[in-house]
Design a protein around this ligand. Structure first.
Ligand SMILES: [Zn+2]
Length: 398
């Protein structure tokens, strides 16, 4: 494991006094919280994995690279402070060059999955940006150059991202403000509908609204990446048609593999590819399961990868593991995100306490690249799916 050379040991809010300036929480371990995943690589394979991670630009299209409370009953009070701790140490050991960092939107995100509020978002964003400003390992990515420079400098580029545009309400100029504050990717809608369009949980599917079309036009003019991961099927198709730029699905899998609403049907995946976009394969607990691997793990996630590469072409697939430091299964129950309700047929599956192999941002790409090496993917193919495809599409969008 190589540590990024610019990381010097900084921990979130080190410039303040914990317990005096901000509330202290007992946090989850950011290292070895669960047993590592044993892939059974030979020494030569392990060296190849390490070489690839050292040399290549590695980009996660979707993660929550923060450390959460050890006891998830503390989750809501913790998130309400707005001071989410970035997992700097773990990230420095991850081999990643850039991460799409999805803000938690402060208090708003715990009141309702669709109720993200502008003021809460400003608190979350401001505190996060201040923390970044006090250290020099993480840099905020405003452009593709920031990512390539981070690669050269041994830094991590953080792409500030939002799961949904709910906080803009019906004011299109707020998209400019978010861009100004550094947001470079925004989801159209979370699972419950907003002013822009229908979310994937809705019983009816109204697609993209008239206001949603204006928002897409503004995002195109600004060069902000658009994500449809939590959008309804019709909203996905409408957004892809309306957008002049490629559209991303930053974290999802294939409904052709697992019949859940949280997964995308073939027509949406194909439309994304035709737009020039990229899909990031999702790995949050109990999402990318497969008939062959009903206990969620690296193996079931890679079943989605193989299917999507076959359907969309390898140049349109990447990874958005959607992981964090802490008990993600516990977080799903605490937030009541309705993962189960998101499922349509909900075939028999095995519940897991964590996703073996893709449990946290530190281990994800070691295991993904390890699996790809083990399955005889070429260096060119691996380079494309761990970062090259995302870099290409960001060059077009940004
Ligand atoms: Zn999400």
């Amino acid at each position: 494991m190589t540590v990024a050379r610019r990381y010097s040991g900084y921990r979130s809010y080190d410039y303040l006094e914990e317990g005096t300036d901000y509330r202290s929480f007992h946090l989850a371990a950011d290292r070895d919280r669960v047993p590592g995943h044993e892939l059974g690589l030979s020494d030569a394979q392990r060296q190849r994995v390490q070489r690839i991670l050292d040399e290549e630009i590695v980009i996660s299209l979707h993660d929550h690279p923060h450390i959460y409370p050890d006891d998830m009953s503390e989750l809501i009070p913790y998130v309400k402070t707005g001071r989410t701790r970035t997992g700097y140490r773990g990230l420095s050991e991850s081999g990643m060059t850039a991460v799409f960092d999805n803000l938690m939107d402060g208090y708003g995100c715990v009141t309702s999955s669709a109720g993200w509020k502008w003021d809460d978002l400003m608190v979350d964003l401001g505190l996060r940006l201040c923390d970044f400003a006090k250290q020099d390992y993480v840099r905020v990515a405003y452009s593709v150059d920031d990512i390539t420079e981070a690669h050269r400098e041994g830094q991590l580029a953080m792409v500030l991202s939002l799961e949904a545009a709910t906080a803009i309400e019906n004011e299109v100029d707020r998209i400019d403000m978010l861009y100004g504050f550094g947001i470079r990717q925004m989801g159209v809608v979370y699972s419950e509908s907003n002013n822009l369009g229908s979310g994937l949980k809705e019983p009816g599917d109204g697609g993209l609204t008239t206001f949603g079309r204006r928002a897409i036009e503004r995002m195109n003019k600004l060069g902000m990446a658009i994500d449809v991961s939590h959008s309804s099927d019709q909203t996905c198709l409408d957004v892809i048609e309306a957008s002049t730029a490629p559209v991303l699905i930053t974290h999802a899998g294939a409904r052709g593999v697992w019949p859940s609403r949280r997964m995308k049907p073939d027509d949406v995946l194909l439309a994304c590819a035709r737009s020039g976009g990229v899909l990031g394969i999702e790995a949050a607990p109990h999402t990318t399961i497969s008939p062959g691997h009903r206990a969620h793990s690296l193996e079931s996630v890679m079943d989605h990868f193989v299917y999507c590469v076959d359907l969309m072409g390898i140049e349109h697939v990447g990874f958005g593991p959607d992981t964090l430091y802490g008990d993600h299964v516990g977080l799903h129950s605490a937030f009541d995100l309705g993962i189960r309700q998101d499922m349509v047929n909900w075939p028999e599956f095995t519940e897991v306490p964590y996703v073996s192999g893709l449990e946290n941002p530190t281990e994800n790409f070691f295991n993904i690249v390890g699996w790809l090496v083990q399955h005889d993917y070429s260096d060119d193919e691996i380079r494309a799916v761990i970062g090259g495809n995302v870099l290409r599409v960001l060059n077009q969008i940004w």
